[in-house]
Write a new protein. Sequence first.
Length: 484
Amino acid sequence: MTILTTLVEAAYKGLARCSPLDAWIWFEWLERHNSWTAERIESYRCERLVELVEHAGTAVPFYWQLWSNAGIDPARIRTFEDLRDLPVVSKHLLIEAQQRDAFALKNRSDYQFTHTSGTTGPRLDLPYSRADLQKKYASFLREYYATGWRLGIRSAALHYAGHPEFGGRYTGQPDRDSFVLMRWLAFRFAHRRRLLKPWSTRTYDGTEELPALWCRSLLRYRPWLLESMDFNLIALYRYLKRKKLEPPRIPVMFVLATLARPLRDRLERFFGGRIYNRFGPHEIEGVAFPCAQREGLHVATDVVHVEVLDDRDQPVPAGHRGHLVLTDLDSRLMPLIRYRIGDMGRLLDHPCACGSPFPLMSDVDGRARDRLLCASGEWVPGAVLVQELQSIEGLELFQLLQDESGAVEFRLAPSDAPRLAGLRATVTRAIAAVLGDTTAMRLRADRPLELETNGKFSFLRRCDDVGQSDNLSAVGECSAHGRA
């Protein structure tokens, strides 16, 4: 532990004792749970559940109306088994409820707003009191401390353009996040974080100007930890490899996406550090955090309940993919109870070698909207094919489009056009292995890759039509008509 870490942690403790900024007290409380037994954690979280449902059923019009219409008495919800009787809620349902003030917040002034990124649907406003923010920040610290990082140690961030920290500067979208200043102060001084300029255009064609800027900043600042979206880190990696430049050495990289193991290994060798993941959506910070074993993510069951459900909202067995449905045990202003967040994942039933009492889940397996249609008529999570393609040596950045008919288009950036012919057979086999030999497809490298409106990059995109049928070939023919 550095002297600066000791000083910053002491300052946080002092703030917690003499002001409402008590995140450190909550963080130390969460850290103590690491020594609890699984049985003690379960008893604790059941108590929290009963408190949450009682509050929502009596003080939140949205929930008592929803549950009353379903014929459910919230007083009988005493366990997480009972929780399954409550209806699942969606982002669209919550937005509609906000518009008619079904959370009874209109006449209150004890809260401010942040919001979701808008990747899995329209942006959802999230009301937080300052006390709520302290608890969320404590969960955020738990995620970071799990990697070995500490307050006072240099860090950097490569966010997407629509991240709340930028206040809409790069997207032109109005931003209602009221905590930007508080977040900036904590990150700038306690986290010693440098916020790097995001990729602010809607396309990627291999342009090197911004990766060059990132490289110079990282070499100059030398952060111990870098938080980055997968797209940004890969774009930086490709630039450095192409230019044959010495990479910045980064001991810890928090990559907020699921990378195929071969690609993760290549990036770790190149940057000389370890890559961790976490599941911390804007709605509920700190859902799952990493450990040194990296056998999955530890579900923070002391603050959130995670379910994995099928398309009919029924539980799926451990190890099977499904829709992630979350219940935030801390939320009171706008409780999130059985909230379908729009992501896919799996719960794991084996204990972690680290000895933690918290159960494991997989890395997030992509968004529900990104499922792919196989030639057999079945649907598979897009993450399955993305990881298959990421495992191919030399293939890091690409985009796969699929239309309603199931036809696919595999796209490389124009700067990679000379490599398309050499990758054709390998890519075709990988797609055939997941979607089937009769899937109609095309390979091309004459158009830039596209980013979301909020600046995030998705390896998969749904589209209306990938092209005319005479430009498509069956995957099994291994002779798609690519354009280079």
